[in-house]
Ligand binder design. Sequence first.
Ligand code: ADP
Ligand code: MG
Length: 692
Amino acid sequence: MQNVPELFGSMVFNDKVMRAHLPKDVYRSLKNTIQRGAPLDLEVANVVATCMKDWAVSKGATHFTHWFQPMTGVTAEKHDSFISPCGDGGVIMDFSGKELVKGEPDASSFPSGGLRATFEARGYTAWDPTSYAFIKDDTLCIPTAFCSYTGQVLDKKTPLLRSMEALSRQAVRVLALFGKDVCRVTATIGPEQEYFLINKQDYACRPDLILTGRTLVGAPAPKGQELEDHYFGSLRPRVKAFMEDLDAELWKLGILAKTEHNEVAPCQHEMAPIFATANIATDANQLTMEVMKKVADRHGFACLLHEKPFEGVNGSGKHNNWSISTDKGENLLDPGSTPAENTQFLLFLTAVIKAVDEHQDLLRISVASAGNDHRLGANEAPPAIVSVYVGDELQAVIDCLIKGTSPCHSNAPTVLDTGAVVLPNLPRDTSDRNRTSPFAFTGNKFEFRMPGSSFNIACTNVMLNTAVADALAQYADELEGSADFQKDLLALICRELAAHERILFNGNGYGEEWPVEAARRGLCNFRTTPEALVHYTDEKNVELFARHGIYTRDEIASREEILLDEYGKAIRIEALALLDLIRQQIAPACIKYSNSLAAGVSAKKALGIEAPAEAALTSQVSALTGEMLAAADRLSACVEAMPQDVTGMAQYCADTVLPAMDAVRTPADKLEQTVDRTLWPLPTYSDMLFYV
Ligand code: ADP
Ligand code: MG
């Protein structure tokens, strides 16, 4: 591999490149925009555009695109070349400030949830200078926000940027109370990305994977993940080659790919980057998913990002590690060595606890999708109930504060004696890990473990940032007028912790008792996506987002509608894909098999040979085939009867279509285990998960 520091960011128009290529005054005004959000004038934009284009052309780029994140969840791009006719029949490579700053894609073909009618097509993309432009496939990609002609948000980036502003504004107010002169506070995110790699040839033979991202039929392989031999296991050479190539591609794009390892399920892997600001981390994660698929293809793999590609095998998530830091580099969730005495830390911790308690519904909504419903609560990922794990040490501090028993000493870090003289003794972390918690404190950040592997993390972080901003705003309002700050501060922390104690749960989130206990505590438990989504427009949420200028009522309603619609459509596609598979591939194979069995049985009978087992097998295959086809007919009827309105359709899919699909799958999977292997039309779980 090339020299890594040289390779890193080589395709990014980053600070180093800007400093080297831009005139000093232009660089300074652009920096001012990036760091302080100062408006950028067109003259500056023109100079930046020319420099950017020259740099991109020197790297082989011929096109540019405004790269944005519409509500489809995937990124969108429309490529324009740099060419401009120059009078003598030739062309020059040209790119103006206007083209850099603003684009006009047709907004009517992206989901708008009723915000845009087809005839009101105009939409704008606007340059986001806080995320660097980069070159991908010979195209200069300019990260942009996407909104409608009337200014309503149509994308995932705009609300994220707004929520980061809101969080910064309120955190700065709170820090001022502690005598800290801070200009900006930034949410930082490290998203750990899980994925599966399977052979491309197998993928190509599975229409269900191609159309829906998951297998709609498939009997369990004889071996699953029960030996626990895959997690951190040594990498297959082909997978290792893929990971090396992936790292190199991500590094070129300035993405801080750091950790690569095998995950729990066979063929499942993870990539964790070093954290970045919420905005950059979100863009980088969107790019990471795209690059993973491309690099996989080069290595003869298909990269599966669906939350549940294989039934009975752990699905994939995306751990959203979240913290907040000041422009001076102070991590506000770092407890230091004596958290009990660190009231600033305690106040921020309390704000997060309050935020998660008051807006559990929003966090659940931010991870709701047809795919993720298969994971949450299935004993492989957190339950659908949101709770916070703080660990023993912080819990002890919190308990003291709530009870008013002081002084509360935190346990001093102890040393873990490894018991072997050749090994060094390790300082023990002050809290153990709790893998079952959806929202866990992990030393100096929170890890939100509910997002699904295919998600755009913007939405989750909009919810988190806004909810925490709201808690901080209330605290700032209360404390700004205080005559005795230390006393009032402590009283507020104790009162607030007591008020939100119910959200703290350090026990086993997979246990059967937890949903019962959670219900007793009054916590939300939205098991399915439609159950969760209808709360998006609850008055509390409309008010929250309006208070911080994140979404208007219409914008939230549009998001609720888009997500419900997407859920219903995803399940409808699954149902139709399953019907095709059954009727066109699986049933014909089963019938062929039972026909050949029947022919054999009659031939033997004619010769006076008794073949009772074969006769029984014939009946069994015929009966199961009949059961499967009858279930397919019922599923077909369900699809026909789908309600037209998005809410009705989503609820109907959850209540009626999914169970009807299960009824088809059960006999199909039994048949797979019975029918002649050479007749079975699809690669099996064994083929896909245990390739050599
Ligand atoms: P694991 O959860 O597997 O133990 P690590 O502790 O190594 O993983 O970190 C997980 C992720 O958390 C990494 O992506 C890392 O960059 C990120 N992370 C670390 N510190 C912060 C922070 N202050 N803010 C946001 N993310 C962070
Ligand atoms: Mg993790």
